[in-house]
Ligand binder design. Structure first.
Ligand code: ATP
Length: 330
């Protein structure tokens, strides 16, 4: 196992200042402690070569987990082993094996071109000349940034800068790369380019752990998803399993020849009636055969047009969040 996390907890401790002037002055003398349980005992393992997506609503504890895994934050309790390292204890040696890209925080230097920052990293990581030139050439070609890397960073578009952030993160050939919202704010084309790059690096053996609010990132990249809510894991499995969690495993959009009546075939649920002739049905393929449903629909209403889709993953995720909000923590 490349990454092993056991019962990880992080409780932030902050001090209340009070709202009024009097309370603020009083808080200088007697500080009232406030505990924020950001991660409440999570465990998981990640194998080499995986791409794992971390999903969860705002404040769920994703960044906190990622910060602990990259060694910048100490947990309150629990154990983490990444390639045999305890990230926050052996940070100096550990960081040579990992890469980090934060969509909201640049690793490049604003006033100098990325290429100069790359050479600074070469020195920091002590990368041999030949290895560095080879990796740099490969990254520049893959990301198509030959001209871009020579312009001052502050002149770059967000998409160009993100490509350079990725190039920089890969120069010391990390085996694991942590990504925090890597496609945030990017246009469709830039997103595709970045996702293509991640997939290519993964083919070459790099393990990726990414947090994102963009479900397309997850759908296109991750084989596995860990959903975290209120600091606890509420789902950890293959992305395909997420789709089937709502029970209805196929969405059927139908345009009929005759107007719909009141009843639809058993094993289907009317999701949306778009008109007298158009409707969206959820088909529970665990209890009824799809072919049978289609035949019944054809007999009852006639089929003018029809499409079949998996349920939107967004829908499943929303249900997971809601279920947790009602059920409290684990
Ligand atoms: N330095 C800190 N001090 C106190 N509380 C913090 C600190 N950092 C995060 N928190 C709190 O811990 C909880 C988890 O935050 P975290 O940033 O890990 O969530 P997240 O899942 O990454 O959210 P987002 O999607 O909004 O980035 C939140 O309630 C947050 O307010």
């Amino acid at each position: 196992m490349l990454i092993q996390v056991e019962n990880l907890r992080k409780t932030y401790v902050t001090y209340e200042r009070g709202h009024t002037f009097k309370e603020t002055v009083a808080s200088l003398f007697v500080r009232k402690q406030k505990q924020i349980p950001a991660v409440t005992g999570i465990s998981f393992g990640i194998e080499a070569g995986e791409i794992v997506g971390f999903l969860g609503p705002n404040g769920a504890g994703k960044s906190t987990t990622l910060k602990i895994l990259t060694g910048v934050l100490h947990p309150t309790s629990g154990a983490v082993s990444v390639m045999g390292y305890t990230p926050w204890r052996q940070r100096k040696h550990y960081v040579r094996h990992i890469g980090v890209v934060f969509g909201q925080k640049s690793q490049l230097l604003w006033d100098i071109p990325p290429i100069d920052a790359f050479y600074m990293n070469k020195a920091i990581y002590d990368i041999p000349d030949a290895e560095f030139e080879e990796t740099l050439g490969r990254m520049i070609a893959l990301l198509d940034v030959a001209d871009v890397v020579r312009k001052p960073t502050r002149q770059l578009s967000l998409g160009e800068r993100m490509k350079c952030e990725f190039a920089m993160a890969m120069l010391h050939r990390p085996q694991i790369v942590f990504l925090d919202e890597p496609t945030i704010g990017l246009d469709v084309i830039a997103k595709e380019k970045i996702r293509g790059f991640i997939a290519e690096m993964n083919k070459q053996g790099v393990t990726f752990i990414l947090t994102t609010h963009d479900l397309d990132d997850v759908e296109q990249l991750a084989q596995r998803v860990i959903v975290i809510n209120h600091g606890a894991i509420v789902f950890d499995d293959a992305i395909q399993r997420l789709r089937t969690m709502t029970g209805s495993s196929k969405m059927l959009r139908l345009t009929a020849k005759r107007p719909f009546g009141q009843s639809f075939p058993a094993g289907t649920r009317l999701v949306k009636r778009l008109s007298d002739y158009e409707a969206e049905l959820a088909v529970d393929t665990a209890t009824v055969e799809l072919g049978q449903v289609i035949q019944q629909l054809s007999e009852s209403f006639g089929i003018k047009d029809m499409s079949l889709e998996d349920p939107a993953i967004e829908h499943v995720i929303k249900e997971l969040y809601v279920a947790q909000a009602g059920g409290g923590g684990t």
